[in-house]
Design a protein around this ligand. Sequence first.
Ligand code: BT5
Length: 271
Amino acid sequence: MDWNLEILEKNLAGKPFGQKLYYYPVTGSTNDEAFRLGVAGALEGTIVIADSQTKGKGRLQRVWHSPAGTNIYTSIILRPQFEVARAPQISIAAGVAVAEVLEKYCSGKIQLKWPNDVLLNGKKICGILAQVKTNVCGIDFIVLGIGINVNIDYNQFPEDIRNLATSLSIETDREISRRELIIRLYENLAKWYKKLIADGFSAVKEKWLSMAPMIGQRVQIMSGDEVISGKALGIDEQGSLVLLTAEDGKIKIFAGDATILKEIQKNVAGN
Ligand code: BT5
């Protein structure tokens, strides 16, 4: 059992994030918990960590598989003083921060996939879910939720995601300290958050693009009932994917699930 609240608190003392820390052996969703804390006025940098979640959330009512004793499930409250339209930049910055930290454990194998998946050897190792609470002035707070598969085994994944998901231990063949990883994660997130607030989106965006192999490729996007394909050109200031399509020229997609077309064709050929 590598979570130990006392040691975690000591490790985070004096760091920008985690001055206030809430730990739960079991909770519904760390995002829901953080949201409640945010509404009650919790300060920026307040962190929620759970050993397991019974209602771990993905986007669009999807489930985040969250068994006990193996992974990181965490959410942080941020109160950036910028306009609501920039809120998606937070998830993009978080993707960059996670990817950079995971690179330290398995160099050269980490990639980013729009909108905010982190992949290890092409499989999903981390999901990010940001929820924004607005008020009359703009952003009240953002709950940034991060799930990282750390020591989970292949057989512990539900069958439907077994070939799509992976963990640090599966790919590196060793057990990783969740405590050490989460401390590095929040240090690095603080670094990128500070950069985003002080210097704007360009450095974050540049780093994100450098780790996203789908840029420059033909991709297929599922967005609601729509399937759109085209060449991925980049992302804009709102984190939307800029796509060059045959039918409509350059368009922007705010939300969806993206796959590189070559990979779809490879999977079809393999079947
Ligand atoms: C995400 O959604 O990837 C966002 C996941 C965010 C999870 C964190 S955990 C801490 C915080 N508290 C929460 O309640 N949530 C956040 P999306 O892009 O919609 O992907 C969801 C899909 O990923 C599912 O439909 C599955 O296909 C797959 N999936 C589910 N659990 C997974 C896991 N543990 N590892 C890899 N893939 C998973």
